[in-house]
Design a protein around this ligand. Structure first.
Ligand code: F6P
Length: 562
């Protein structure tokens, strides 16, 4: 077991959880309405209310002691100093350097990387300006008004989420598409909508070795060549975002059409780098810069604020409390803003790929629960889907509610109704409803006694379902940047407390390797394959069934789309 899970600080929190059994958050509010003021923090345009968690001053003091024990402050310092905190890959973790507009310099292995960051940002800005002004055009002279970002994971989820979130900031007449899945239908459905003469393909891959991205990029190139483009025109229609110049060149993209970033930018922390090109092209470089500035404001807060007043730290600590001491197995991300509809998917990667780990940095088992399952949907859609389980299910699920006070596109009475729902849900999750309240309500409705006793148990809500509320005045590039940075730092702090490396992702390797070995065993349409025997009975059986369907399918299904 890791040191932290056997520490005195950990044990003290276990005792707190036991002491609070039977104490409801509703009673904590009744006793102390001032807890809202005490358990909320404002920073970088965001307001965090964490008072609806089952916490007390004593619990917070013990959580802070735990963070001291784990040396969150030291780890924070080491990260910003460019030390190789990604220990298994021996890399620095310096995505904050990408959004630092202060005069500060950042060093990695003695090299000043701030200069590189500025130069690449300038190159990105110049490219955006030339596309927007029409100086940079397609091969036939038409403007490049459509972009297709081909990438996956961090090279897709971040930029796509931001582009969606900043929809009101889109430049008129511009179109943006994102293709990630190796399922050819994703690309085919997108290509159908494109005019090759107006399309810029952005091949986004940190490593430039990711099979999904390279396969999609290859097929996009073939489509371009088959639809009027020429080899000579590729330079005008394909750019690469990567750290791997050699692989970009081998793929056939001129390094002059490449925007770089560095191995100290993790894939899921890369939207601030040249990976953000789709954001800058779709919304304008000025808005991209505002996004970076918003994130920088959160970085400044995270660097300087004492732990108790530090928004990412307190979000992390309440998360650890719910996960490790109250037993929450999953955490819901619930944005009450339709434009944030990709935020849960984005945070799924950010959190689960970072903290879904069982081995500590020391190589020993962590011995405690680490990252929870992250899921979510925008409100109010989620309310009509999975909130039933949040309110009355047998598992404790914690949740973050995220809402702007003013909508990007106010349309009375929609936003007031949306906000009323957000507030009501957090209140209902916290307060719950006792059996007596349920019976009284049924009695007020004039229901007969027998029906009251039959229905009342079903109408009981246990309450004490923890939630945070994150408010902003409006969803802008700045508040969005701050929100993303808030989660990045929260995830970092939790990883430090659990003693894991939040910046590697060994868990994605095994499946990738097995897929490579299975690929040659799968039949092309119409092809006969010998029975698979190299795997377990289930995998062999599935391969054989698939091959039987594919070998007999040649006549029935063409390789085309119908
Ligand atoms: O899923 C594994 C992963 O390495 C992610 O961490 C990363 O965001 C994604 O693949 C894409 O990687 P790349 O940008 O190198 O293509």
């Amino acid at each position: 077991m890791s040191e932290i899970a056997s520490s005195q600080e950990w044990k003290a929190l276990e005792e707190s959880a036991a002491e609070l059994e039977g104490v409801s958050v509703r009673s904590l509010f009744d006793e102390d309405p001032a807890r809202f003021g005490r358990y909320s923090i404002e920073a970088a345009g965001l307001f965090l209310d964490f008072s609806k968690n089952k916490i007390t001053d004593d619990v917070l003091a013990r959580l802070l002691a735990l963070s001291k024990k784990a040396d969150v402050e030291g780890a924070r310092k080491r990260m910003f100093a460019g030390e190789p905190v990604n220990v298994t890959e021996a890399r620095a973790v310096l995505h904050p350097a990408l959004r630092d507009f202060a005069a500060r310099t950042y060093h990695v292995g003695g090299e000043d990387v701030s200069r590189l960051v500025r130069a690449e940002r300038d190159a990105l800005a110049a490219f955006c300006a030339s596309v927007h002004s029409g100086e940079c055009r397609g091969y036939s002279g038409k403007p490049l008004d459509t972009i297709v970002n081909i990438g996956i994971g961090g090279s897709d989820l971040g930029p796509q989420m931001v582009v969606e979130a900043l929809r009101p900031y889109w430049i008129d007449g511009r179109h943006a598409y994102f293709v990630s899945n190796i399922d050819g239908q994703h690309l085919a459905d997108t290509l159908e909508k494109l005019d090759p003469e107006r399309t810029l393909f952005i091949i986004a891959s940190k490593t430039f070795t990711t099979d999904e991205t390279l396969t999609n990029a290859m097929s996009a190139k073939s489509w371009f060549l088959a639809n009027g483009g020429s080899e000579a025109a590729i330079a005008k229609h394909f750019v690469a975002l990567s750290t791997n110049e050699r692989a970009v060149t081998a793929f056939g993209i001129d390094p002059r059409n490449m925007f770089r970033f560095w191995d100290w930018v993790g894939g899921r922390y890369s939207l601030w780098s040249s990976i953000g090109l789709s954001i800058a092209l779709q919304t304008g470089f000025d808005h991209f810069e505002r996004l970076l500035r918003g994130a920088h404001a959160m970085d400044e807060h995270f660097r300087a604020a004492p732990l108790r007043e530090n928004m990412p730290v307190m979000l992390a600590l309440t998360g650890v409390w719910n996960r490790n001491f109250l037993g929450a197995a999953a955490h819901a991300i619930l944005p009450y803003d339709q434009h944030l509809h990709r935020l849960p998917a984005y945070l799924q990667q950010a959190d689960m790929e970072s903290n879904g780990k069982r081995t500590g940095v020391d190589g020993a088992p962590v011995g405690a629960a680490t990252g929870p399952v992250i899921f979510g949907e925008p409100g109010t859609n989620g309310q009509h889907a999975f909130y039933q389980l949040l309110h009355q299910g047998t598992d404790l699920i914690s949740a973050d509610f995220i809402a702007p006070a003013v909508s990007q596109s106010e349309m009375a009475p929609h936003h007031e109704k949306l906000l009323a729902n957000f507030l009501a849900q957090t209140e209902a999750l916290m307060r719950g409803r006792t059996e007596k309240e349920a019976s009284d309500e049924l009695a007020r409705e004039g229901r007969p006694e027998a029906e009251i006793s039959r229905l009342a148990p079903h109408k009981v809500f246990p309450g004490d379902r923890p939630s945070n509320s994150i408010l902003m005045e409006k969803l802008t590039p700045e508040t969005l940047g701050a929100l993303i940075a808030l989660y990045e730092h929260k995830i970092f702090c939790q990883g430090v407390i659990w003693g894991i490396n939040s910046f590697d992702q060994w868990g994605v390797e095994l499946g990738k390797a097995l897929a490579k070995s299975i690929l040659p065993e799968l039949a092309s349409l119409g092809e006969e394959k010998p029975p698979a025997t190299a795997h377990d009975a289930s995998t062999n059986g599935l391969i054989n069934r698939i091959n039987a369907a594919r070998s007999g399918a040649a006549g029935k299904h063409s390789a085309g789309r119908k």
